[in-house]
Design a protein around this ligand. Structure first.
Ligand code: ATP
Length: 448
């Protein structure tokens, strides 16, 4: 028996297709052949700052066991024919559907590459160079090779000893694509009441909006995210869904783990298209600009960078606005390149206030005789009390420490502003460190 790892990417298109949908169809075909999966489907979100992504820069891997070598050949043929069929159906000149198949243990350089693809922009030539060193790997692309990057990274990102979560995804039948999703909103709230503690991002109560249903014309009806696949199935059974569901599949995923954030020591090391965690002092007080975005400048001893809490982060911007010059913070987010209108900017996903600067307000002294507030007699001439007539030519303004309206701590935007990789504060302390193996038999099901 050999382990076989199949990586897929860029199979989606703006007019309907989706890499996860293709992967689920393929997994179903493999399942019909009685092939044993060694993992749930893996949904790997890569660097969210990649400029040519369509949506969430997701790639998928399917991991299974096959017996003799000829089975691998059959699997490969099946994949190629299905990929060509799907890519032909959802033609989109921008997408470059690709597959990588690897037999055996995952080489260390695939893992290294996956980490790089999560944090940085990687050239296709780097993927090709690495692939050329491994005779036990084959790959294939339709229209162009770029999808190889994500497909290889999806194989290399194993999540065997890094954090992960699960997502149960339900797929629509073809006739419903592009139409409003018929999932009863009240039942989503009920599900959240019952299972919300074990789940992630079901409903945004601030904007009164369900978060489990996407909005595009893609085949995904809904996605339930959480810590345990069994709980996701239970939660799913509470939903009132008023349209047919074709497939249900469970993905193990790096979503909501903050895996994209690379800790960098200095602001000088922050480059465009990276996603980082970096510390510095507030240099220029946050200000609200046209469009409702809140922007401030962050510096360390050597370099500075703009940081922006964009309009969709809603109430989070009010927290950021409370920062003052000199506050020491850790910012987390992806980096937009500079343009004619703005400098290199970190798109703020979360902020940790580490140390608040002490701010003093200078106020007039109180009269020592009657307690009223005294008034100045002119610059350097002391203060007098209007009420009782007391005068003190040596009195000075008194420094009073201002009570700050923000406390040290970690702050996040409302749930509606969460992107795929962002870890909600509620997950802190629940991070997983090992994958004990597949515990559910039917994690890919075709219902119709
Ligand atoms: P999905 O719809 O599945 O969420 P997406 O549509 O946003 O994902 P893709 O259409 O898959 O993204 O496009 C992303 C493209 O960028 C793919 O071709 C992928 O190989 C490539 N890619 C992924 N990560 C990187 C990276 N770090 N550097 C360069 N290219 C990358």
């Amino acid at each position: 028996m050999v382990n076989v790892h199949i990586g897929l990417d860029d199979v989606d298109s703006i007019n309907g297709g989706c890499t996860t949908h293709f992967a689920v169809q393929l997994a179903w075909e493999l399942k019909k052949k009685n092939i044993r999966f060694i993992d749930y489907l893996n949904l790997i979100r890569l660097n969210p700052a990649v400029p040519w992504k369509t949506r969430g820069n997701g790639a998928v891997s399917i991991r299974l066991q096959a017996s003799p070598e000829e089975t691998v050949g059959d699997i490969w043929e099946l994949i190629i024919s299905k990929l060509e069929e799907y890519a032909g159906e959802f033609k989109d000149s921008k997408n470059q559907p690709s597959v990588v198949l690897h037999v055996g243990e995952i080489p260390w350089d695939y893992e290294w590459f996956a980490n790089k693809a999560l944090h940085d922009l990687v050239p296709i030539d780097l993927a090709s160079r690495i692939l050329s060193k491994h005779s036990e790997t084959r790959y294939y692309s339709v229209r162009g090779r770029r999808g190889i990057i994500g497909a290889l990274a999806a194989i290399g990102y194993t999540m065997l000893n890094t954090d992960y979560t699960y997502e149960l995804v339900a797929y629509r039948v073809r006739e419903y694509w592009g139409k409003p999703r018929l999932v009863d909103s009240t039942s989503i709230k009920t599900m959240d009441e019952l299972y919300g503690k074990e789940m992630l991002l079901n409903y945004d109560y601030e904007s009164n909006r369900p978060l489990i249903t996407p909005h595009g014309p893609d085949p995904v009806l809904l996605g339930l995210r959480g810590e345990d696949p069994r709980v996701l199935f239970e939660a799913y059974s509470v939903l009132r869904i008023n349209e047919p569901v074709e497939y249900i599949a469970v993905f193990r995923t790096n979503q909501h783990t903050d895996a994209h954030l690379l800790e960098v020591k200095s602001i000088c090391d922050v480059r465009p298209y990276m996603c980082v965690k970096v510390r510095g002092f507030v240099k220029v007080k946050p200000r609200r600009i046209i469009g409702g975005h809140v922007v401030f400048e962050l510096c360390d001893n050597e370099c500075c960078i703009d940081v922006a809490a964009y309009e969709p982060t809603k109430s989070f911007r009010e927290i950021v606005e409370k920062l003052e010059i000199g506050d020491y913070v850790e910012v987390m987010g992806c980096v937009r390149p500079p343009s004619s209108s703005h400098g290199k900017t970190i798109n703020l996903e979360k902020i940790r206030v580490l140390k608040l600067t002490e701010i003093y307000d200078y106020v007039n002294p109180k009269c020592p005789l009657c307690g009223s507030t005294m008034e100045s007699m002119g610059k350097g001439k002391g203060f007098r009390c209007r009420k009782c007539g007391y005068r003190d030519p040596y009195a000075k303004k008194i420094a009073v420490l201002r009570e700050r309206s923000i406390k040290p701590g970690l702050y996040q935007p409302p749930k509606s502003a969460f992107k795929h990789l962002m870890k909600p504060l509620e997950r802190i302390g629940r991070e997983k460190t090992v994958f004990p193996g597949v515990s559910l038999e039917d994690f890919v099901t075709k219902l119709i």
